[in-house]
Design a protein around this ligand. Structure first.
Ligand code: NAD
Length: 363
């Protein structure tokens, strides 16, 4: 059976890592029918819209997409295509596994952490009020009337919204993931000592959900202390359930533990649609240079194979990637002890090496 998958190359380094991943996935022998879709700046130039309806329709129809990173300008310009995509399709769970593969230059050896990040609300809900806008004035009046607090006239405001509904489903997702994948513990990070109402709600909801999973240990930690503990003893963590904002920076911290963004895969998952994409962005300075590591996206491809029920092929592809890392020969600059090491290979050569490992395993 051919799996129908929407293929979004993205921009910047996107097309290179996406192509490398597509080749590696096809080399597993699994059959795909790729449906290519363009979104973001490139789509704006080509079709006059960031989200051509056809791209969204394709994802909705196929229910599975493999996506390269898409650039978002900082400050002004358009709103993040990635955030909008997650919101439009209600891909509420950001799933990011981080583990140390033998051969990676990192002081940490036994990291095996799965970050489950709430994707749709919190500080990144995108509800913002500009300085000197009528919205900010009204909000300041409302706050003054209801809490007595003063918002300075020259403020810009971003709302941080935490709902019980979104908290419940993300924590449930974390526990379900733990149960289905033989994991032992779910930990939530929060700042309920300061953000008593919003993070307090998240924590209370998590405690309530935890009671439904007596077979899985539940712990909670204040997010700042958790950062320190992650760096000191990451092996103590298993599955993490996190509000959106914390999930964002804890993900990058975890990527640092296991060897960097070049090894950080991910997926954004809703009730019946999933988009698989690396945690990293479009790294524009490396675009078109055949330079960056495609393994984060390839490992996202491994996650996609598992999601599609192709478990055996997923294991084989992950093993092939792990072998290339362990050999340390056909790896990109970021996996070399010295990033200037001129024996580092390019993106497409990594794909060649992974494909060769897959071929050898078949013999
Ligand atoms: P980035 O992740 O693109 O790159 C930061 C640095 O990390 C790079 O300069 C590079 O040194 C390193 N890096 C990233 N990916 C790598 C790889 N595969 N191999 C080796 N090294 C790698 O972060 P940024 O520069 O903050 O963001 C660039 C753009 O990407 C922004 O417009 C941002 O909004 C966007 N972005 C998109 C997504 C997405 O599409 N899901 C995610 C994050 C950022």
């Amino acid at each position: 059976m051919k799996h129908k998958v929407t293929f979004i190359p993205g921009d910047g380094i996107g097309p290179e890592v996406a192509k490398a991943t597509q080749r590696a996935l096809e080399a597993t022998g699994v059959q795909f029918q790729w449906d290519t879709a363009i979104i973001g700046r490139q789509a704006l130039e080509m079709f006059g819209t960031l989200f051509p309806e056809s791209a969204l329709e394709s994802i909705k129809r196929n229910r599975v997409a493999l996506k390269g990173p898409v650039t978002t300008p900082i400050g002004g310009g358009f709103r993040s295509v990635n955030v909008t995509l997650r919101q439009k399709l209600d891909l509420y769970a950001g799933l990011r596994p981080y583990k140390t593969y033998p051969g990676v230059h990192t002081p940490y050896k036994n990291v095996d952490i799965v970050v489950v990040r709430e994707n749709t609300e919190g500080l990144y809900a995108g509800i913002e009020f500009a300085k000197d806008s009528p919205g900010t004035t009204k909000l300041a009046e409302l706050v003054a009337q209801t809490t007595g607090d003063k918002i300075r006239e020259d403020s810009a405001v971003s709302l941080r919204v935490i709902s019980q509904t979104a908290s419940r489903r993300i924590v449930k997702f974390a526990f379900e993931y733990a149960r289905q994948n033989g994991r032992k513990k779910v930990t939530v990070f929060h700042k309920a000592n300061i953000l008593k109402l919003s993070d307090g709600l998240f924590l209370d909801t998590a405690r309530e959900i935890a009671r439904e999973y007596p077979d899985i240990e539940f712990t909670d930690t204040v997010v700042d202390a958790a950062c320190m503990q992650l760096v000191r003893r990451p092996e103590q963590f298993d599955v993490l359930g996190l509000p959106n904002f914390y999930g964002d920076f804890i993900s990058d911290l975890c990527a640092g533990l296991v060897g960097g963004l070049g090894l950080a895969p991910g997926a954004n998952i809703g009730d019946d649609i999933a988009i698989f994409e690396a945690a990293h962005g479009s790294a524009p300075k490396y675009a078109g240079k055949n330079k960056v590591n495609p393994m984060a996206m390839m490992l996202s491809g491994v996650m996609m194979l598992r999601y599609l029920g192709e478990k055996d092929s997923a294991e084989r592809l992950e093993k092939a990637i792990a072998e290339v890392i362990a050999e340390g020969k056909n790896v990109t600059y970021d996996l070399k002890l010295d990033p200037q090491d001129n024996t580092a290979v390019g993106t497409s050569q990594v794909a060649d090496a992974v494909i060769e490992k897959l071929k050898q395993a078949r013999k």
